[in-house]
Design a protein around this ligand. Structure first.
Ligand code: ADP
Length: 627
């Protein structure tokens, strides 16, 4: 029989398991039982939806057998089973999300300690077994197959004489050494404890032969009887009373069931009776999975119907902006016989989705209010998703999300909600100011920031591309309009100052118009600025598309060409302004100065200049004239 080699990506995980000195190796049993339970779920679903495969619910079970003599532990399930191909594919590779994420973490952290936090799956059995034999018969085949491996040197696949549908996993335990003892996994008592600890809620009976002592009839003596027992309570966690479930149980469930390695930021457990009745157990993660912001990430909730597993990632139960939520729904009302495709359009599904959305929103608001620190940790990972949510679908969900978004601001190095911002607005301030840029440091250097800081007005830092688009959807919050510090009229001046500006504008009309001509169409206007303090110029845009939005849109070939209407503003209180005034009759120098100032303004804004060589030459010209 030819030996086949494990796929290279599996090798490392496998080596780690074989050589593991991990103290929590007992989790192998949880992993195997969880696989068996999944296989039973699949068979159960098939049985309900396909008459040809109908079986009695009682036949769906897991059995654990101890073979002390040969130091073997045998786990059997009557689940869906595996074909030859499936044995090859499923047990020869790690292709599933949990282990891949685990592997990635492992590379980052190089810590063995994270094993316990993951569903590392089938391979974890190599922590206790020196050889694993899997006999499996798929529900779709008449022939059974055997997969066998000692881990190190690949695996073999051959025919098996197993005659019932399902899977049998035989672990031949490792030999004891001076420091490591594996005998405990041959003890009924230990195994029973482990099942209780990790797999109590599995919804199929886990049976084993258990020794119990009975009092003899008509005597005070005890005798030991070996009898078959169902070890687990079979009540799924989500069906249990909330107050009877411990924090630890919720966390364990989260990690094992949903391949998560973080702590949930919030656990949402409820049951709803009404138009549709269902139980829900949802988790808001605190950290984003590594692939969350890629198309690889598959959102969705597990869907059960009257305790029967229906599908793994029911997408329609979660709105896109809450796609980070993990969990499951167990409905009492869905029609089991309808296909998975039709299910998506089901009216009851829609009703459930609506109430799920409400619950998640409420839970997040609650977290924000009562555990700010945890919320902010969550927000660091998922804030971007929420902000996209405000923008997507033309702002249709802004009401739902506007109270959940946070920004950093000039006030403190802390997040602020929009409500908090409005609450602490200065007397006389009636706009919500924000500034866009690559980073907080860069924004702080913007010439326009000075006057706002002088005024004592708080400015929100917009450092994500989506930020300004999100406020574009919002338009206003609690009656206050959003205002970019680089756009339109900032409304910072007193009446007196305004009049003064008007006067200056009038007096310098000709100068401004000559400067505009000098830029030959590059800007829509040249204006006297009321937003500058010590800097000579800045580039702003009129209401509408901003310069930041222009930058973002330029990345998309479809929408490139959409430009902000640019306005060059000059500080009338800067000495350079007097210089410009004196150049009224010297067209060529005014032309040169205007172009230099414009290019400076572009650079400060983080925009590129059309002709850098020309700009450099102009500066050099000036420098040589100084002599
Ligand atoms: P995971 O369960 O995380 O997908 P595992 O490595 O534990 O990863 O298992 C890999 C795959 O092997 C499973 O996804 C499943 O398809 C198959 N498998 C494992 N155990 C069984 C079983 N007892 N019955 C049927 N299929 C199984």
């Amino acid at each position: 029989m030819a030996k086949k080699q494990f796929k290279t990506e599996s090798k490392r995980l496998l080596d780690l398991m074989i050589n593991s000195i991990y103290t929590n190796r007992e989790i192998f049993l949880r992993e195997l039982i969880s696989n068996a339970s999944d296989a039973l779920d699949k068979r159960h679903y098939l049985s309900i939806t396909d008459d040809a495969h109908r079986i009695n619910k009682e036949e769906l079970k897991i059995e654990l057998t101890i073979d002390k003599e040969n130091r073997r532990l045998i786990l059997t399930d009557t689940g869906i089973g595996m074909t030859q191909d499936e044995l090859e594919h499923n047990l020869g590779t790690i292709a599933h999300s949990g282990s891949l994420e685990f592997k990635k973490k492992l590379e980052e952290a190089k810590e063995v300690d994270i094993i316990g936090q993951f569903g590392v799956g089938f391979y974890s059995a190599f922590m206790v077994a020196k050889m694993i034999t899997v006999n499996s018969k798929s529900v779709h085949e008449t022939q059974a197959y055997r997969w066998e491996s000692t881990g190190e040197d690949g695996y073999t696949i051959s025919l098996s004489d197993k005659f019932t549908t399902g899977t049998e996993i035989i672990l031949t335990l490792k030999d004891n050494t001076d420091t490591e003892n594996y005998d405990e996994y041959l003890e009924t008592y230990t195994l029973k404890q482990l099942i209780k600890k990790y797999s109590d809620y599995v919804r199929y009976p886990i049976g084993m032969m258990v020794e119990t002592s009975h009092k003899k009839e008509d005597s005070d003596e005890y005798e030991t009887v070996v009898e078959h027992q169902i070890v687990n309570s079979m009540i799924p966690l989500w069906k249990r009373n909330k107050k009877d479930v411990t924090e630890e149980e919720y966390k364990d469930f989260y990690r094992n069931k949903f391949f998560s390695f973080d702590e949930p930021a919030k656990t949402i457990h409820y049951s709803l009776e009404g138009n549709v009745s269902y139980n829900a157990l949802l988790y808001v993660p605190s950290k984003a999975p590594y692939n969350f912001y890629s198309s690889e990430y598959e959102p969705g909730l597990q869907l059960y119907c009257k305790g029967v597993f229906i599908m793994d990632k029911a997408k329609d139960l979660l709105p896109n902006y809450f796609r980070f939520v993990k969990g499951l729904i167990d409905s009492n009302d869905l029609n089991l016989n309808i296909s998975r495709e039709i299910l998506q359009q089901d009216r009851q599904m829609k009703t459930m989705a609506k109430s799920i959305e409400k619950k998640i929103k409420g839970a997040l608001e609650d977290l924000l209010k009562n555990d700010r620190e945890k919320y902010e940790e969550f927000y660091k990972s998922f804030g971007l998703q929420l902000k996209y949510g405000v923008y997507e679908d033309f702002g249709a969900h802004k009401e739902t999300l506007q109270n959940l978004i946070l920004f950093k601001s000039t006030f403190e190095d802390k997040y602020v909600t929009l409500h908090e911002y409005v609450e602490r607005m200065k007397e006389g301030q009636d706009l919500i100011y924000y500034a866009c840029g690559q980073s907080i440091e860069q924004i702080n250097l913007l010439p326009q920031m000075e006057r706002l800081k002088d005024k004592g007005y708080e400015v929100l830092y917009f450092t994500d591309e989506v930020d300004e688009f999100a406020t574009f959807s919002l338009q206003e919050f609690e009656g206050k309009k959003f205002k970019s510090i680089a756009q339109g009229d900032l409304n910072l001046d007193s009446e007196e100052e305004k009049q003064e500006m008007e006067k200056k504008k009038e007096e310098n009309k000709d100068l401004l118009s000559s400067m505009k001509d000098a830029l030959s169409g590059a800007v829509a206007d040249v204006r006297i600025s009321s937003r500058l303090k010590t800097h000579p110029v800045c580039l702003v845009s009129d209401e509408g598309i901003s310069l930041e939005m222009e930058k973002v849109l330029a990345q998309n070939p479809e929408s490139s060409g959409i430009k902000a209407s640019r306005i060059l503003e000059i500080n009338p209180n800067h000495p350079i302004f007097a210089t410009l005034q004196n150049l009224k009759d010297n067209e060529s120098t005014l032309n040169l100065y205007t172009n230099i100032l414009y290019n400076q303004a572009l650079l400060i804004e983080g925009l590129s200049i059309d002709n850098p060589v020309e700009y450099a030459n102009q500066i050099c010209d000036l420098m040589s004239k100084m002599n």
